[in-house]
Design a binder for this molecule. Structure first.
Ligand code: GLU
Length: 277
């Protein structure tokens, strides 16, 4: 009788130890589940999930545009995102795209809804306080889109009496207010709404990066990009602060794309010319 009690208690201790071990494992899995926690190895998190979560634009022709009939999202930023998925997970389709706007992209990244933002995002000192950036992967500059025949031919024609349209949370809105103090700027939730506002005569010009404006002009030939770009907008891929493993994986991907010639192919496919060297 005494012997079987001892055996039973020894078995119970062993079982408790096993259960305690299992508990730890599931806790670890749980804490790794959120996208790109700072401090942890974000690449390991992505590999464990088996899928890269990327914030892209859905309304920006040439960079990230959703085709309403097929549901496909296509553009320069999408091709770069697929190359990163291939680099990290060995499969360019191991990816889930989520729509971001200029205003929602940093909050969505820092909430853990996405691993990275690949969405026409300029690297700025102000944004670097909130996120980390990859190397520059595209060089744009701010410009103006107007209806053909408009008296506005460039930034010098924008005065404090002009009404300019832009997207909330973009550098473009901040820059134009600095360039032309007193100018009226109407801010929209996304670029599609801003473009619709231009078409319905709510403003004299729409301002954002030239590359985005060329996409809009291609959508409607009644509109044209005027003047020279008046700012530098170097695009970077944003990740949560401190996520150096993911920044390295992105920079390695960009370097590979450039050395293999694939970057130039993607650039020409969407922008229609070779990148400036
Ligand atoms: N590149 C500028 C920015 O990051 C304008 C384009 C955009 O709004 O995404 O703010």
């Amino acid at each position: 009788m005494k012997k079987s009690w001892k055996l039973l208690s020894a078995m119970m201790i062993v079982m408790l130890l096993i259960l305690a071990g299992c508990g730890n494992d599931s806790n670890n899995a749980g804490s790794n589940a959120s996208a790109g926690e700072s401090g942890s190895d974000g690449v390991a998190t992505i590999k464990e999930r088996g899928k890269l979560l990327v914030g892209v634009k859905y309304d920006t022709k040439l960079f990230g545009l959703k085709d309403p009939s097929s549901g496909n999202v296509e553009g320069f930023d999408i091709d770069i995102s697929k190359a990163i998925a291939k680099h990290i997970l060995g499969d360019e389709n191991a990816i889930e795209l989520k729509e971001v706007t200029s205003k929602t992209r940093i909050p969505m990244l820092n909430n853990g809804e996405i691993d990275m933002v690949v969405a026409t995002m300029t690297i700025t000192e102000e944004r670097k306080k909130e996120v980390d950036f990859s190397d520059v992967y595209f060089q744009a500059g701010q410009s103006l889109l107007v209806k053909k025949g408009s008296p506005i031919k460039g930034i010098d024609d924008i005065t404090k009496d002009s009404t300019v349209l832009g997207s909330k949370g973009s550098t473009s809105v901040k820059n134009i207010k600095e360039k032309v103090p007193g100018v009226t700027v109407l801010e929209f939730d996304n670029y599609q709404d801003a473009f619709n506002a231009l078409k319905t005569g709510k403003g004299d010009a729409l301002t954002t990066d030239d590359a985005i404006l060329y996409g809009m002009a291609a959508q409607d030939p009644n509109y044209e990009v005027v003047g020279e770009p008046f700012t530098d907008e170097p695009y970077g891929i944003a990740v949560q602060k401190g996520n150096s493993a993911v920044v390295k994986a992105i920079n390695d991907t960009l370097a590979e794309l450039k050395s293999s010639g694939e970057y130039d192919k993607i650039y020409e496919k969407w922008i229609g010319k070779a990148p400036a060297k």
